[in-house]
Design a protein around this ligand. Structure first.
Ligand code: AKG
Ligand code: FE2
Length: 311
């Protein structure tokens, strides 16, 4: 594992995002670290920040060794599938070929391995959410464990469209398991998108599977910045760093520019007493999930955005 200690990102540092280059201090800023608040157990202030900023970025939320063990378990599974470059060690996590990403969503031998659950279901994680929500918390059986190769990324969306049934009082936690610098496909937020009432009232109210609609709002970071006026925010993530946000926060990942797998896992937490999103619960990877309406035609996002006046 390559270890580089993140220092504050200097203004004028470039962020390469697909075809576009954004500049720190202008279109993009560094996420604000709330780890001191977590260490102090200052939940009122954590709630205030979540409300105000729409996210909590917590460095070292998971013990680094635990995150690294989960990454290694994932890399071993990739190695078994021939995905590690010959002549390199599994720990280095170098891809055998470009453009190949892996998802272990239903592969519970990996996604529910003790190494992975020790991170996302660990006592430190549940103790945090119990305090955060003020009662016993639960997480979905589906855990989105991803290893992104070169070029791999996801696009701008609200999680509500994918995982929004049941309570709205639910958060996503995106956990970095490898060292993820700006070149390695970090997660990016659109600051202020959790307050964009029009977007929340239109796009945010859709359910991809119920309404048979496209789920991705945009693939274009340039329009997020220049048409919608959002500032982007990201960071150099180390193993164990997390980003927590609600159902209505636009986010995307940046394409990985390197030949090293970007390994992350995103998991959901809510009060155990509140209604769940039943699509994501089941034994042995046999949950319904998203896009289960086989053969259905999904309304294109361009058409929906025109209808909403968000084109
Ligand atoms: O890891 C990614 O690329 C996307 C993650 C995501 O969409 C999420 O954490 O909700
Ligand atoms: Fe997401």
């Amino acid at each position: 594992m390559i270890v580089t200690k993140p220092t504050p990102i200097q203004d004028r540092t470039p962020l390469r995002f697909g075809e576009h280059i954004f500049t720190f201090g202008q279109e993009v800023v560094e996420l604000q670290d709330s780890s001191a608040l977590m260490q102090a157990g200052d939940f009122p202030e954590l709630h205030r920040r979540m409300e105000e900023d729409g996210y909590l970025f917590i460095r070292g939320f998971h013990p680094r060794e635990k995150a690294e063990r989960a990454a290694l378990r994932t890399l071993q599974a990739i190695d078994e599938q021939g995905g590690i470059k010959p002549g390199t060690t599994v720990e280095e996590g170098i891809a055998a070929k470009d453009g190949q990403s892996y998802a272990f969503f239903r592969d519970v031998a990996v996604a529910h391995s003790p190494e992975v659950l020790d991170v996302v279901d660990g006592p430190h994680t549940f103790a945090f959410y119990q305090q955060y929500f003020g009662g016993p918390a639960l997480t979905f059986d589906k855990r989105w464990l991803r290893a992104m190769g070169r070029g791999g990324n996801n696009f701008f969306h609200y999680d509500s469209v994918y995982v929004g049934r049941g309570t709205c009082n639910r958060v996503t936690m995106w956990s970095a398991l490898t060292d993820i610098g700006l070149e390695n496909g970090p997660l990016v937020l659109c600051l202020g998108s959790h307050r964009h009432q029009k977007m929340i009232q239109t796009y945010g109210q859709t359910d991809a599977d119920r309404d048979l609609v496209d789920a991705v709002f945009s693939k274009d970071p340039h329009e997020m910045v220049h048409k919608f006026g959002f500032k982007l925010a990201t960071a150099h993530f180390e193993p164990g760093d997390v980003l927590i946000f609600g159902l209505f926060m636009l986010h995307s990942s940046v394409p990985n520019l390197s030949d090293r797998y970007r390994i992350s896992i995103d998991t959901r937490y809510q009060l155990a007493s509140e209604p769940k999103d039943e699509r994501f619960f089941g034994e042995g990877g046999n949950w319904l999930g998203n896009f289960y309406n086989k053969g259905a035609t999904y309304t294109p996002m361009a058409e929906l955005r025109a209808r909403w006046g968000l084109e």
